[in-house]
Each structure stands twice: as structure tokens, then as C-alpha cells.
Write a protein that binds this ligand. Structure first.
Ligand code: FAD
Length: 393
């Protein structure tokens, strides 16, 4: 046969890659392994949490990929044998591959946050994977009385979508301002500075007055442990018992990447930036949040761009052609209130072992008329339509 490729994970990276492989060379056997029949997307899930959007708009199936010739296996991958080149799935079936692509997204690094685990997330939701967690956090916000305190614990980088916690804080403030105006948002942050900080802080002042308070790393904002029974968050500065605790734990590559032997001591996957091939496991490529992407922020926009570039590299490798040097474009929108958005765009290319930004990205000006903010909020919606159509059909 022309080549067998298995893609593990049907999120933004995996779906884009599987589709691009089949489109580039219809004779390839492309199999996508993904346990969920319906994918729930994280971008715009902050709008779901704050009652601005229905979760159905976040959900996508795999029918389109199926009709394009991608074989869908609705199970979790449980084992990878890089020597035999096989992937085992939950029911015990073993599937052979010539090349394997891993796009499992993130898992949580529970050891990095004492007291927090799967059970704790039922009390103090992370909502950092979309679906039931998204709806749980929404329910807790809706149940909270006016005058309550919502705390958001933010981990250090690298983590999935670095600006998204601040977008969430903004939209929660919007919800509280319109429904429960005596309430407050407290950000407990393991970082001193963050992406697009000046834009966020200006918007907070303009829209939310003093509703949002942030305790940065150097002020003792790093969360060191939690107690889900009493809903207590312990930081280097002191203890907090908020009414709603959104605890976003530290992260690492999805577990299957570790099982495949593709993670290093950081918990993420080092790759060759030209082909996305793992530095640690031959014939295995890693894309999306799970890989060490250098200067590229972990985002859906980056994951889908990486998925397509990886597909092109694999097609060239099968054909015995030298892979082309990918140039990736990543764009990230933040919506801080309905009709108020801003963005950051970057161009990235391999530089030595990692990706580096090749020219300074375009970021929205800090001082801009509200019409631009309104236009960028609309652009964000348009971006979501485009990227999801691109990945899922
Ligand atoms: P995912 O999209 O998470 O897909 C991983 C898939 O792998 C999942 O479907 C999972 O079920 C599957 N999987 C895992 N393990 C296995 C296994 N063992 N076997 C089979 N399948 C497996 N990005 C943006 O670009 N713009 C935004 O505005 C934006 N907003 C965000 C807001 C929030 C609140 C959050 C949390 C994230 C946001 N992101 C945004 C980031 C974006 O969601 C991620 O970067 C993106 O989903 C990464 O794609 P991925 O393919 O690596 O992982």
C-alpha cells in the first residue's frame, strides 16, 4: 500500500492532519483514533461559561472526515509499540502503522498542585477541556449569590492558550456586572506578566472598574495547594475561600504521548520543527498542544496549522522527497465583552531545534476606537467558523 498513517486525537491538530493527509494523497490509508463521537471545542467556551452562547455551537462530529475516506475508530488509544509500529485501542485491537501522528492535547499535572485531582475538579472545575466541565462552571456561576467571589487560579507557562484565562476573567466580570453587580473576580496568577496584558488591563478598567483584582506571582499569587472539601485555595500570600473556584492546574502533554515514549522531563514532546517527528520516538510525529512548539503559543490556530504542515511533511517522506520548511501563521483573538475584542498574530518558522517568530506579529493597538474592538470581536467569530469548517467540514 501507499502508506498507513494513524492519527491519535480528533481535536484541532488531529482532525486537520487526517483530512490534509487524505486530500494530499488519496491512496494513503488514514485512520483517526478518537474516543468521543462529538468533539467539543474550547475556543469560545468562555462565552458558554458566561451564558453568552450555547454549547451546541462548540460541537462537531467526524462524518465529513469519514466521507472523505478517513477511517474513524471511536476508541481511546491505550498503548503504542514504536518497534512493532502498532497502536492498541481500548477494546484490545492492535492497529499497524508506518507513521503515527499524536495530537492528544493536554492532560493535567496533578502532582504539581497538591489537593487537586479528577475528583476535586467536580468541586473546583478547571473547564480547561470543554464539555461537562464548561457546563459545571457555568452552573456554579449561575447558582452564586450577588456579592460572591469568583477566583481563577492560573498556572505558569507552558500551558494551553496562555491568554484564555484572562479572557475568561473578563467575560465572567461581564456576566457579574450585568447579573450580580456586587460580586468580584479574583485572579491568582503563577505569572508576573501575560500575553496582551496592556490590552486586557485597559479593557478591565474601562469596562469593569475594580471588579477584577489580580494577585501576580511576585505578590504571592501562585497557588500552592487546594482543599476541595472546604473550597480553599492556598497561595504563597494567603488562603482564599471563594464562592466559585475555577482552578486551572499545571499541564503536560496528553498521557498517550508519555506512553509512546515521546515526552521529556518537561512533560511535553520535543520535535523536529520541520517534520514534527519526535526527537525521542522514531516514526512518531507530535502536533498541537502536546508538542514543544518553541515560540508558538499553544492554540487551536497553531494546532490546525501544524496538522496541515505535518501532513505535507509525511506525504513528502513517503514519496522520498525532502520536506519543505513550514511557515506557520497563528492568530489569537480575545473577547473581553460582547462586541469588544482584540488579537495577536504571529509568523513562525523553524530555527534550529524550535520554532521562532520570524517577524514581529501584528497585535491590536492599545489605544483604538471602539469600532476596531467591535470589528475584532466579529473577526473572532469568523475565525472560529473558518477553523472549525477547515478541521471538521
Ligand atoms: P485538542 O483539540 O484538545 O484535541 C485532543 C483530542 O485528542 C481530544 O479530542 C481527545 O479526546 C483526544 N485524545 C486524547 N487522548 C487520546 C487517546 N489516548 N486516544 C485517542 N484520542 C485521544 N485556541 C485558539 O486558537 N483560539 C482561541 O480563542 C482559544 N480559546 C481557548 C479558550 C479556552 C478556555 C481554552 C481552554 C483553550 C482555548 N484555545 C484557543 C486553545 C485550543 O483549544 C487548544 O490549543 C487546541 O484545542 C489544541 O488542539 P490539539 O489538537 O492539540 O488538542
Amino acid at each position: 500500500s501507499a502508506g498507513r498513517v494513524i492519527v491519535v486525537g480528533g481535536g484541532f491538530g488531529g482532525a486537520a492532519c487526517a483530512r490534509a493527509l487524505k486530500r494530499a494523497n488519496a491512496t494513503l490509508q488514514v485512520t483517526l483514533i478518537e474516543p468521543n463521537k462529538v468533539f467539543t471545542a474550547c475556543p469560545f467556551s468562555n462565552e458558554v461559561i458566561t451564558g453568552l452562547r450555547d454549547i451546541e455551537l462548540q460541537q462537531f462530529g467526524y462524518d465529513r472526515l469519514g466521507t472523505e475516506g478517513v477511517r474513524i475508530v471511536n476508541q481511546a488509544a491505550t498503548k503504542v509499540d514504536p518497534q512493532q509500529r502498532t497502536v492498541t485501542v481500548a477494546d484490545g485491537t492492535s492497529l499497524p502503522y508506518d507513521r503515527l501522528v499524536l495530537s492528544p492535547g493536554i492532560d493535567f499535572h496533578f502532582e504539581g498542585l497538591p489537593g487537586y485531582d479528577e475528583a476535586a475538579s467536580e468541586k473546583m472545575p478547571h473547564a480547561w477541556k470543554a464539555g461537562t466541565q464548561t457546563l459545571l462552571l457555568r452552573k456554579q456561576l449561575e447558582a452564586m449569590e450577588d456579592g460572591g467571589l469568583v477566583a481563577i487560579a492560573i498556572p505558569a507557562n507552558p500551558s494551553r492558550c496562555p491568554p484564555a484565562p484572562y479572557e475568561r476573567a473578563s467575560l465572567i466580570a461581564h456576566y457579574l456586572k450585568t447579573r450580580k453587580p456586587r460580586s468580584k473576580v479574583l485572579i491568582l496568577d503563577a505569572k508576573d506578566s501575560f500575553s496582551q496584558q496592556r490590552l486586557f488591563e485597559k479593557a478591565w478598567k474601562e469596562l469593569y472598574g475594580d471588579m477584577i483584582e489580580r494577585v501576580a506571582l511576585s505578590q504571592g499569587g501562585r497557588v500552592t495547594s487546594v482543599d476541595p472539601l472546604t473550597r480553599t485555595i492556598v497561595t504563597e500570600f494567603g488562603n482564599y475561600t471563594p464562592d466559585v473556584a475555577n482552578v486551572i492546574p499545571p499541564q503536560r502533554a496528553g498521557r498517550i504521548a508519555e506512553i509512546a515514549g515521546a515526552t521529556d522531563a518537561t512533560g511535553w514532546c520535543p520535535i523536529d520543527p520541520v517534520t514534527f517527528e519526535s526527537k525521542l520516538a522514531p516514526n512518531i510525529h507530535v502536533i498541537g498542544d502536546a508538542c514543544l512548539g518553541g515560540g508558538i503559543p499553544k492554540s487551536a490556530s497553531a494546532a490546525s496549522a501544524q496538522g496541515k504542515a505535518c501532513a505535507a511533511a509525511i506525504v513528502n517522506l513517503f514519496a522520498g522527497r525532502a520536506p519543505e520548511t513550514p511557515r506557520l501563521i497563528g492568530v489569537c483573538y480575545n473577547t473581553v465583552a460582547p462586541g469588544y475584542g482584540f488579537s495577536l498574530a504571529g509568523n513562525y518558522q523553524p530555527k534550529g531545534d524550535i520554532y521562532a517568530e520570524v517577524e514581529s506579529g501584528a497585535t491590536s493597538p492599545v489605544d483604538a476606537p471602539r469600532e476596531l474592538r467591535a470589528r475584532e470581536a466579529a473577526d473572532a467569530e469568523h475565525w472560529f467558523q473558518t477553523v472549525t469548517a477547515d478541521c471538521f467540514g
